[in-house]
Design a protein around this ligand. Sequence first.
Ligand SMILES: Cc1cc2nc3c(=O)[nH]c(=O)nc-3n(C[C@H](O)[C@H](O)[C@H](O)COP(=O)(O)OP(=O)(O)OC[C@H]3O[C@@H](n4cnc5c(N)ncnc54)[C@H](O)[C@@H]3O)c2cc1C
Length: 245
Amino acid sequence: MTKDEIFAAMEKAYTGAGSTVEGSFAGDLLRACADGCAELQGLSLRNVSLTVFENDKKIYTDFGELLFTHFGVSGPLVLSASAHMRHFTKKRYRLEIDLKPALDEQQLDKRLLADFAKYANHDFQNGLDDLLPQKLIPVVIELSGIPGRQKVHDLTREQRQSLLRVLKHFPVEVSAPCPVTDAIVTSGGVKVGEVDPKTMESKLVKNLYFAGELLDTDAYTGGFNLQIAWATGRLAGQSAANEKE
Ligand SMILES: Cc1cc2nc3c(=O)[nH]c(=O)nc-3n(C[C@H](O)[C@H](O)[C@H](O)COP(=O)(O)OP(=O)(O)OC[C@H]3O[C@@H](n4cnc5c(N)ncnc54)[C@H](O)[C@@H]3O)c2cc1C
């Protein structure tokens, strides 16, 4: 069996030639919208922490890099997080970004007080320059509910608390995953129980071999999916060639 025949066979399997196809095929990029998301397009955040809530239950949290794009959010953190968001038809998802994960609320409050002392007599909207990237400042101000023209030395403790909440729990509403055509990795595929792991041949259809994304296997990005594709592809090719001899 040639490579083309394997792919052609795969295509048939995809369209239902006997094998069970598992999973939702959800893309691994999230289409998400946040207040002010359009303004944040192109902003890359490093060293932030991302938490995923499924119907308000915390299901995943990680630390790393996140990117605001024209469609919502992406980047390594979001790609990994999206692997845990598999029930979009039944469940609601939202994200929270901790913009200052290295500081607990008390430490961050001290930092705010120090910055506001430095920027005494400045408007609040000009007092966050040392703390946040420029693009993020108007969005954080809007979410905090504090008037941008208020002087920083006039901010009350309650207003600081409100700002702290936004900095530690920056909200991102997720509307849907991106379509499968935009996916980095697909989740779902031919049920692995129906494939012989020693040859990658279908247990149901003789001379039908599966590899890579066709299988119901997926992992975090970072090389694991490539490894799955290469290892299973090589084995499927070798097994098909041996069968032919
Ligand atoms: C932008 C991007 C970044 C990624 N980064 C990573 C990463 O960092 N780490 C990681 O582990 N994974 C990553 N992945 C995922 C990884 O590339 C895939 O999991 C892996 O390439 C899947 O290999 P595959 O052979 O199963 O499928 P593919 O690589 O999609 O290959 C399928 C091939 O089959 C051909 N084909 C389709 N239909 C037919 C047909 N009817 N006849 C003949 N040929 C056909 C297609 O043209 C294609 O060449 C990334 C993917 C993308 C898109």
